[in-house]
Design a protein around this ligand. Structure first.
Ligand SMILES: C[S@@+](CC[C@H](N)C(=O)[O-])C[C@H]1O[C@@H](n2cnc3c(N)ncnc32)[C@H](O)[C@@H]1O
Length: 289
């Protein structure tokens, strides 16, 4: 199988040397450095992400990405925090992320055309969903992410998946390449103008009839009252309410305001599933044939 990407030779993310970012240079035995870190992690300050001058592909990373999402010091751009983020994200989400990864992988692998074809996980982070799809038996799995630090972990953890640096709105793949695309906790991190471009790009690189599987934070934990969440979801409802209020998510409100059936229809997708619970929303769409 030959999947076409505009870069003929892709870097070997597992072994490429990556420069230190500012959190990597801190000495956590020094109270001053520890406090610098704690201010960011506690959400007391959010400063723009600083990319080291020698970081591979730094010129391709759009400005809106260079923010401290989830209160991570320097966002997804340090060696020190990306490994912890990969495992910590699922723990903080009480295992719901790895559960969704497994469910999406099994669901897509059950489609013969997808199982035998190529799938792209957009915004792959540490590669958990891409890896789950490869383990579920999908023939060719790709992961795409702008952060070299996350790509490095992903490539080391999942050597049989191919990882490429890039963004959802400009993936670099040829038209009609993929039988399916997945995006888990990606779309709510993209501002509306780029969200439209991302869906247009997904429609371009998906084959006719191809599937788009999405999981995102649910609006319920932000929009419903703590009392209603307690009544319907118990302590988990209150936990996800507090979490949604604590972490820095600059575009989450804009995402929740989207008319999703209209958004998907504008880009030629039929929405097959739109399930909203706490803490996740799962969507499945099919590109018109
Ligand atoms: C919350 S993490 C989710 C990671 C992974 N999908 C998972 O399920 O664990 C969001 C990821 O999207 C990536 N990202 C942010 N904006 C992006 C964009 N425009 N295109 C592609 N990836 C993006 C981030 O670097 C990060 O790895």
């Amino acid at each position: 199988m030959t999947t076409l990407h505009r870069d003929n030779t892709l870097p070997d993310w597992a072994s490429i040397p990556l420069p230190d970012a500012w959190p990597d240079r801190l000495d956590l035995r020094r109270p001053r450095d520890l406090w610098q870190l704690a201010r960011h992690a506690l959400g007391l300050v959010h400063t723009p992400v600083e990319l080291p001058p020698e970081l591979p592909g730094r010129e391709q990373i759009p400005k809106y990405i260079l923010q401290e999402f989830h209160n991570l010091p320097n966002g997804n751009y340090s060696r020190r925090f990306t490994r912890g983020y990969i495992t910590g994200f699922d723990r903080v989400m009480l295992g719901e992320i790895s559960k969704s990864h497994r469910e999406i992988a099994v669901r897509l692998a059950a489609e013969p055309a997808v199982r035998a074809g190529s799938v792209l996980d957009a915004g792959c982070g540490g590669g958990g969903l891409a890896g789950a799809m490869q383990q579920a038996g999908i023939a060719e799995v790709w992961g795409l992410d702008p952060s070299p630090y996350l790509l490095q972990h992903a490539a080391r953890d999942w050597p049989d998946v191919r990882f490429v640096q890039g963004v959802a709105e400009d993936t670099g793949f040829a038209d009609n390449t993929f039988a399916a695309i997945t995006a888990c906790f990606l779309l709510h991190e993209i501002p509306p103008r780029y969200l439209e471009r991302s869906l247009a790009e997904f429609a371009r690189i998906l084959q006719p009839g191809g599937l788009l599987a999405v999981c995102e934070p649910s609006p319920l934990q932000l929009r419903r009252s703590p009392l209603a969440l307690w009544r319907d979801y118990g302590w988990r409802g209150l936990y996800f309410h507090a979490l949604a209020r604590f972490v820095h998510e600059p575009f989450l409100d804009a995402w929740h305001r989207q008319d999703l059936p209209a958004l998907f229809a504008r880009h030629g997708f039929e929405l097959l599933r739109n399930d909203v619970s706490v803490p996740m929303r799962h969507l499945l769409a099919r590109k018109a044939t």
